[in-house]
Write a protein that binds this ligand. Sequence first.
Ligand SMILES: [Zn+2]
Ligand SMILES: [Zn+2]
Length: 234
Amino acid sequence: MCLLSINDKKPDKFIERTRDKSVNPCNLVTFIIQYEGRKIYIPLRRTNEGWRTGSNQRNKWEVENKIIIVGIGKVSEDVKQHVADYIRMLMGELGFDSKVEVAGKDDQVTRCANEILLGSSSQGAIDDESFMGELNKRRVRDATLRGAIVMTVNPQEYRFTDPDAIYGVGYEDGLVILRETREEAVRHEIGHMLGMHSHCKNPNCVMKWECPSKRFCKSCKANLKALWSRVDPE
Ligand SMILES: [Zn+2]
Ligand SMILES: [Zn+2]
């Protein structure tokens, strides 16, 4: 297992893991290590390759502990509310206490999302990686964009340039773009945002590529819990 590395250098010493909320506000799995004589706290995330420290570029939306639902184009208030209610329920189910808010049409975050989308889509095809890149750039100077953004679009108006992305996309940087707002699709993409990188093979698991179920299988649920609340590295 490749566990601890900062810019590919080995720490001097692994000290311990902590769940102390004052250094670990979101209950992320955090290790304390000694590096060049200093104590450093590192939140870890689970990836296909094992536990990683995450890149410095990643927006740590979990620090804000807020999820903002934004609607772009022809998306009704009802749809946004439904997505917000479902995510609130899901976070409760997982034992996370993130705030979930719905942004209004004239809010700064909605205006920004619109602008970014203009620059990262053409003829209704969204280049989600380009969207993500521009969003993260703006987050550096605009604090209103630093929570997790769950953007819902109307599937008649938008698709993705990536042909494999049908229902939506989810990034651990704190971005989900949804064409589908069925519960399965929302849960699947939020699963990606929470750090589940890979798809599950279990035919009864929502993390299978086709989202065939409304539930996480036992193993995916355990992985999520391990990632967010306790340490159980393989
Ligand atoms: Zn997926
Ligand atoms: Zn699964």
